[in-house]
Design a protein around this ligand. Structure first.
Ligand code: HEC
Length: 402
């Protein structure tokens, strides 16, 4: 099956911009409110004079106003006339995220695949991508509803193992950036389904009981809390994934799956140190630091790529030779007079039309074309390793315009 790429040009550019903007706003509202409630739960103290049904209260001041908040367990029949829910932030973040994933990776042929990674067909890649996102929830939810969930350490280990396996699979099939984003979509889907399928229904059930004049079963709330805690661990790693496409060293490393996995561990451990209970929680900063150091180590180019970028050399190529490589391999996209319009004008804000622009961007050229080999994109223009090495030697010699 051949799938053409129907969405290119200004229309997809604007759709991309507007979706990304909305995704960002909804995500901030979602994560912001959940951080706020995490903080609230920790800051609440039992009221000085005990009040029936009140578990804790506190005072806050913000933008000129004073606020008093009480956390309570409503008794039978005690239904507030207006109750504010927090659910649309999560749903909107997910909807805009899935739309973005579809637009960037499925409707355009630019970013999904990299022939340097795998030779899988577009159709198969799209089917795999959708399957990864769709099946993540039933597998995770099934695990945490099974009897294994009574042994959280084991269930956590299995969850991490599965995540590692999917990450490895995605990184072996898709371009690095697409692989990272699919892992992000998987995590985001689990988070939203936790909210909509487990947390909200539990809240609704407690509310219904109260409304019917019965005593609500507050253990429902405690079970929902477990999912909410999971979500809080996933938040930092997911935010990294949202930024990851700006950092080729992470997604283009030959062991990119390991880099992503280590950053996941680092982000989750930082979360534990920040809001984990008990005195030991701060110690989670140690594994966080270790995982981060590991990620940095594995993301740093080694061997030939690193040497090409730094080694002093006896034969500095002439700028004329460099110019030929740039013209053939880069300027089809990076030029005012581009022949490949797939990515719109000046992709990444870069054109190489003047010698000065090439010299000015030498450092970025080294990172993208010599070290991480993420340019030319998916090696569309067929640059050779010798040409990359030539660029590397020229930059190591100070990028002279001679
Ligand atoms: C097929 C089109 C295409 C070709 C060919 C291409 N690029 Fe790019 N380039 C892009 C796109 C798309 C972006 C923006 C996305 C990104 O940064 O990955 C970009 C961004 C960049 C950036 C800016 C982002 C940053 O990391 O600083 C640099 C520098 C760059 N390319 C260098 C090169 C070099 C050097 C070559 C030739 C060896 C090249 N590109 C060939 C499509 C291309």
């Amino acid at each position: 099956m051949v799938i053409k790429a129907p969405m290119t040009g200004w229309l997809s550019d604007w759709a991309n911009l507007l979706l990304r903007w909305a995704h960002f706003i909804a995500g901030i509202a979602w994560i912001g409110s959940s951080f706020y409630f995490i903080w609230l739960d920790r800051a609440l103290a039992p009221p000085e004079t005990p009040k029936p049904g009140v578990e804790g209260d506190l005072w806050m001041v913000h933008s000129g106003g004073f606020y008093q908040v009480e956390k309570r367990r409503p008794g039978p029949g005690e239904v507030p006339p207006v109750l504010h829910w927090f659910k649309w932030e999560a749903m909107l973040t997910w909807l805009t995220g899935i739309a973005l994933l579809t637009l960037v990776f499925y409707l355009s042929s630019a970013y999904l695949l990299d022939p340097g990674v795998s030779r899988i067909s577009r159709g198969a890649a799209i089917a795999t991508g959708i399957a990864i996102v769709l099946f993540s929830w039933p597998v995770y939810d099934g695990l945490w509803r099974s009897s294994l969930a009574r042994m959280p350490a084991l269930a956590n280990a299995i969850s991490l193992l599965l995540l590692g396996a999917v990450t490895l699979l995605a990184c072996r099939l898709f371009s690095g950036r697409a692989a990272f984003m699919h892992v992000g979509a998987l995590l985001g889907t689990i988070m939203v389904a936790n909210v909509w399928r487990r947390i909200l229904p539990a809240q609704q059930e407690m509310l219904d009981a109260t409304r019917a004049g019965r005593q609500a079963d507050f253990t429902l709330g405690e079970r929902a809390k477990q999912r909410s805690v999971h979500n809080s661990y996933v938040t930092f790693p997911l935010l990294f994934i949202m930024l990851s496409n700006h950092f080729p060293a992470t997604y283009a490393s030959p062991v990119n799956w390991l880099v992503l996995f280590l950053l996941f561990v680092a982000g989750a451990a930082v979360r534990h140190a920040m809001i984990g209970r008990g005195r030991g929680a701060r110690w989670a900063l140690a594994p966080a630091g270790l995982a981060l150091a590991g990620a940095i180590f594995f993301a740093t180019p080694k061997g030939a790529a690193a040497r090409a970028g730094t080694a002093p050399s006896d034969s500095t190529p002439s700028f004329a030779a460099v110019r030929v490589v740039i013209a053939q391999r880069c300027q089809p996209c990076h030029s005012q007079y581009q022949s490949d319009h797939t990515f719109g004008p000046a992709p990444g804000g870069v054109t190489f039309d003047s010698p000065e622009s090439v010299a000015r961007l030498a450092e970025r050229i080294r990172i993208r074309a010599v070290e991480t080999k993420t340019m030319p994109l998916a090696n569309k223009t067929g640059i050779t390793d010798d040409e990359r090495a030539l660029l590397g030697r020229w930059i190591a010699a100070g990028a002279p315009l001679r």
